[in-house]
Write a protein that binds this ligand. Structure first.
Ligand code: WT7
Length: 645
């Protein structure tokens, strides 16, 4: 494979405004350049300085022990993530400050102060320790709607050293079972229902549908939102148990390297991988980046629209923000419900000052029409963020003009589940931005674009995005799978962390991230392994073989197109019927986010002589193009024969 072509050139530039820079934590370009250069030369010292952002119970002995591919940061240091998000703010007199503003889809809202949040976390910690007997290092799954209790659950686990695994509330029973069993969770924290688009989402029923296949689970703690929910064996009533507990709890110190959480993400092969994150290094990464990249001030109201089921929710709803004693907004509901101006209504209602959302959402708002945001003031906004996929310049400009009203800097933040915190992003008070570029690495992050041989690419030459030095919030491994950890991230380029993304750097040294180079599709900013969707398809009795590829989509970034060869010819149902059934089947197996947008039934799949499916050809077909490029290695020259009604 030669170099990856660069097709995107964007020349508009935006300087940080003087007024923004004057008030910013980092507002002096010369000073920042010095910090940045020093940090690139000596990342460990930079991160040691940054470690002051969190409270340690005992100081580390060595800042970094690096035995590739395993890093230990702040070795010998002890801390507690929940203490950093709660207790220390109470000590500073912030007890009455609002921690969480929760907004329901129906327009009801509720504020929770740091004191109230602290008490609820203590009570739940007591339940988990005393009633359920959980010990440090045990694992618990959290499968919840976006309610304050989801955050309370995460912090209660963190407080007692229980490793949480949050499972996105949109996942189906089999997807929950796979994650819960891989992590051997003893407890699941959940709610009977969530609410979205005016509908009830039956979380507890989904769990119950796979309960017999989850032998490790001893207790399911259920937040009852409906009075008539009937609890069964192994279920306990959240409020009933919590109300019996004391509102204090002593936070134990944990080693900096104690795992804080697992988060499952898609890779190229097989099952989702349980990404392991540490306590001390992770907290240092998320709190430092939150402060600098979002220019976080005590007066800010921060709304990150991500679900806590994704890394963005972990790092920039929960740990990165609460560790600063910030006020966060949590919205349980869909962006267009009950009307297309819902997001902007929430911004005005709760005086949101920083909004962090995804390009796919921005594009959907763009398409809905300018009249919706124009009905609102949006005058409290001072900074906008984007995450999850490349933001196309059109969407960037729209965000800038229609939402930021030309006044708010935009931070396009590049990172991954594995990186824990943002690694490439503008610093809003000092960086000149270009629409579509995540600009430059954060201080102490040695990012590079390399060619197939691992050599740095020249300006504007496309290549692979790698990180050449460990950073505190990097993943610590894949749960129970060290081989896969080495193979996925540390084998392609020895001595470098391989991100799986392609990118180029322009002549200013700005990074332009293009997307995944592996068989991972980015649908609405969510990483989906094509393998996973393929396994779901072939688990259907009517399917012999399946190949899934991505097709560019104006709103979702990429859409899923599946090529499926049915088993035998005696299929009684019509093509339409089977396609509908298969889409349903994938939704049931993984969840609605993995539902293929299009399924093409075919008699054959294009394969090489060694039996490998030629995805490149399928991609062309999915995009409606004539297949281009070399087809000489193709076993079957017929390419593909579609089955139609
Ligand atoms: C992949 C990581 C990081 C939280 C959400 C997704 C893509 C993410 C950007 C960006 C271009 C981006 C990359 C990355 N991505 N942010 N600002 N510009 N691409 O986490 O599910 O682990 O996905 O999302 O391809 O590798 P994730």
């Amino acid at each position: 494979m030669g170099s990856i072509d660069t097709v995107l050139f964007e020349l508009r530039t935006f300087e940080p405004s003087r007024t923004f820079a004057a008030e910013a934590h980092i507002g002096n370009r010369l000073e920042y350049d010095t910090i940045w250069r020093q940090a690139q030369a000596d990342p460990v010292t930079f991160w040691e300085e940054s470690a002051r952002n969190i409270t340690w119970f005992s100081r580390w002995k060595r800042p970094l022990i690096w035995k590739e591919p395993y890093a230990q940061w702040f070795e010998g240091g002890t801390t507690n993530a929940a203490y950093n998000c709660l207790d220390r703010h109470l000590k500073e007199g912030l007890g009455n400050k609002t921690a969480i503003i929760w907004e329901g889809e129906d327009g009801s809202s509720q504020n929770l102060s740091y004191q109230a949040l602290f008490e609820k976390v203590c009570q739940l910690s007591n339940v988990l320790e005393v009633k359920f007997g959980l010990k440090p290092g045990d694992t618990a799954a959290i499968y919840m709607p976006l309610v304050p209790e989801a955050i309370i659950a995460m912090l209660a686990c963190a407080r007692i050293g229980v490793v949480h695994s949050v499972i996105f509330g949109g996942f189906s029973g089999p997807a929950i079972r796979d994650r819960v069993q891989d992590a051997e969770c003893k407890v699941i924290l959940t709610a009977d229902v969530g609410y979205r688009r005016g509908q009830e989402i039956e979380l507890l029923k989904t769990i119950d549908s796979v309960m017999p296949e989850m032998p490790t689970v001893q207790n399911v703690l259920v937040l009852k939102r409906k009075t008539d929910t009937v609890l069964k064996e192994k279920h306990s009533d959240w409020n009933l148990l919590v109300d019996q507990e004391a509102k204090t709890h002593f936070p134990k110190p944990f080693d900096s390297e104690h795992p804080l959480f697992l988060l499952y993400t898609s890779g190229t092969t097989g099952k989702p991988k349980g990404i392991i994150h540490s306590t001390g290094g992770y907290l240092v990464g998320v709190s430092t980046t939150a402060k600098w990249i979002f220019d976080l001030k005590t007066t800010d109201v921060f709304w990150c629209t991500a679900d806590i089921g994704w890394i963005t929710g972990h790092s920039y709803v929960v740990y990165g923000l609460l560790s600063h004693g910030a006020t966060i907004v949590l919205y349980e509901g869909a962006p267009f419900h009950p009307h297309p101006g819902r997001f902007w209504e929430i911004v005005d209602k709760h005086k949101v000052s920083i909004l962090y959302t995804a390009p796919t959402a921005i594009r959907a708002f763009m398409r809905a029409g300018d009249e919706h945001p124009r009905k609102y003031q949006l005058s409290t906004l001072r900074l906008l963020g984007s995450v999850g996929e490349p933001i196309n310049p059109e969407a960037w400009m729209w965000y800038h003009t229609e939402i930021g009203r030309g006044r708010c800097p935009i931070v396009d933040t590049w990172w991954q589940t594995e990186t824990g915190c943002i690694l490439i992003s503008p610093i809003p008070g000092v960086t000149t931005t270009r629409p579509g570029s995540a600009t430059k690495p954060f201080p102490g992050i040695l990012a590079d674009v390399v060619n197939e041989e691992g050599k740095s690419c020249s300006p504007n030459e496309g290549g692979y995005l790698v990180i050449k030095h460990p950073w505190p919030s990097m993943l610590r491994g894949i749960y129970k799978n060290p081989e896969r950890y080495k193979e996925a991230y540390w084998t392609k380029f020895p001595g470098m962390y391989f991100t799986g993304d392609s990118a180029h750097r322009d002549d200013r040294g700005y990074f332009w991230i293009k997307g995944r180079v592996d068989d991972v599709i980015n649908v609405s900013g969510h990483r989906l392994g094509t393998m996973e969707v393929e396994s779901a398809l072939v688990s259907h009795p009517a399917v012999a073989e399946a190949a899934v590829v991505g097709r560019p989509d104006p709103i979702k970034g990429q859409a899923l197109v599946a090529f499926v060869t049915p088993r035998g010819d005696e299929t009684k149902v019509s093509v339409k019927e089977l396609v509908r059934e298969l889409k349903e089947h994938v939704s049931r197996e993984i969840g609605a986010i993995a539902r293929p947008d299009e399924i093409k039934l075919t008699r054959t799949l294009p394969k090489t002589r060694s039996g490998k499916i030629m995805r490149r050809l399928l991609k062309d077909l999915a995009e409606g193009k004539e297949p281009t490029g070399d087809t000489t290695t193709l076993e079957n020259q017929a390419l593909i024969e579609l089955i139609e009604d």
